[in-house]
Write a protein that binds this ligand. Structure first.
Ligand SMILES: *Cc1c(COP(=O)(O)O)cnc(C)c1O
Length: 355
């Protein structure tokens, strides 16, 4: 017996972990700096860590109140109704719920190339098809409605990432509005704001009070430093009423994730410290790296190095793990996450040596 035909499905390749690389190179994990997965170098909010310890004794019960408490806190944060918040096991989990709620077999999803791999993976798991629109390096990865509409063919969902991973480029508000206006009534524009906290632009969530053709994805994995907990959410238009209740798994996020997420959401100091550090690190890398870089609104920077595989391998041998962007279709670029001041300086030294 065999599972269904899966040859069109690709395997997600995450940035490599410290233990994995250390073992392979015969190094001490403490000697390595990991700047390959856009994680928060300051770690989780201390308030979240406390909440995790506090709820450890209660994990024998299903997370009911914790789930609704966090949804209410998120709804207050964005001034939306609780039923608009689709809590999930990571932003990735929220993408799955969206696909479950939206896609009929054969419906097409339009995604950027280069771009985040999971949009296409999730669409295919849910019997959808995938088409791409190009973001061109020759245009500095500029995101415009016109550019996306050139590839648009009545797709059910159009995914935009702002700030975009791996380029760091944003889709301006006017462009988003033009895109949503010029696509069909049956097309949803999904705005992925996984890196929204690092940008100065306002969230597209504010548009949901007037529109039902935009949804916004957010995560606790990046700015909140909770990637290991797996917690993210979609903010949906009010008119979708009870769609979430009809498609979510019975307990969409764990007790620990919900309690920690709520504590992190209330820890403004940690978020502010993180944002300040990222702004410094990204400017420092942009100025100091002896290769072409692009301005970034995320917690990472894209660098054109020539042979990304060779540079990423050499950098790793010097103890700095960075992301080779070959899997994004950019075999000449690497992506470097903003680290602490010390890590950032070390990374710049190593990169400049390797290129
Ligand atoms: C990291 C990331 C996400 C979500 O990650 P989760 O850990 O699943 O919350 C979504 N979109 C983009 C572009 C990302 O880089």
């Amino acid at each position: 017996m065999q599972p269904r035909e899966l040859s069109a499905h690709s395997v997600y390749r995450a940035g490599r972990g410290i233990e994995e690389v250390a073992r392979e190179l015969g190094m001490d994990p403490d000697e390595l700096i990991k700047l390959s997965s856009n994680e928060n170098p300051l770690g989780p909010s201390p308030a979240a860590t406390d909440a995790i310890h506090e709820c450890a004794d209660h994990v024998h019960t299903y997370p009911k109140t914790a789930h609704s408490d966090l949804i209410e806190a998120i709804a207050r944060e964005w001034d939306v109704e609780p039923r608009q918040v689709w809590l999930a096991n990571g932003g990735d989990g929220a993408l799955d719920y969206l696909a479950r709620a939206f896609l009929e077999p054969g419906d097409q999803v339009l995604v950027s190339d280069p771009g985040f791999a999971y949009y296409a993976m999730s669409a295919r798991y849910h019997h959808g098809t995938v088409a791409t629109y190009p973001l061109r390096k020759s245009d500095d990865f500029e995101q415009t409605a016109e550019n996306i509409l050139e590839s648009y063919d009545g797709d059910r969902i159009v995914c935009v990432t702002s700030p975009h991973n791996p380029s760091g480029r944003e889709l301006p508000r006017e462009e988003l509005l033009t895109l949503a206006d010029r696509t069909d009534d049956s097309t949803l524009v999904l705005v992925d704001e996984a890196y929204g906290e690092f940008s100065d632009s306002p969230s597209a969530i504010e548009l949901l009070s007037e529109r039902d053709d935009i949804a916004v994805l957010r995560t606790f994995s990046k700015a909140y430093g909770l990637a290991g907990l797996r917690l993210g959410y979609l903010v949906a238009p009010t008119s979708w009423t009870d769609a979430y209740a009809r498609v979510n798994t019975p307990f969409a996020a764990s007790e620990i994730a919900c309690r920690a997420g709520k504590a992190a959401l209330g820890d403004d100091a940690h978020l502010e410290e993180t944002s300040k550090l990222v702004a410094w690190s990204r400017a420092y890398m942009h100025e100091q790296i002896d290769a072409r870089t692009w301005p970034s609104a995320g917690n990472f920077i894209l660098v054109e190095v020539g042979d990304a595989d060779a540079v990423a391998t050499a950098s790793q041998e010097h103890g700095v793990i960075i992301r080779d962007c070959t899997s994004f279709g950019l075999p000449e670029c690497v992506r470097i996450t903003c680290g602490t001041r010390e890590q950032t300086k070390r990374a710049v030294e190593v990169i400049n040596e390797c290129i």
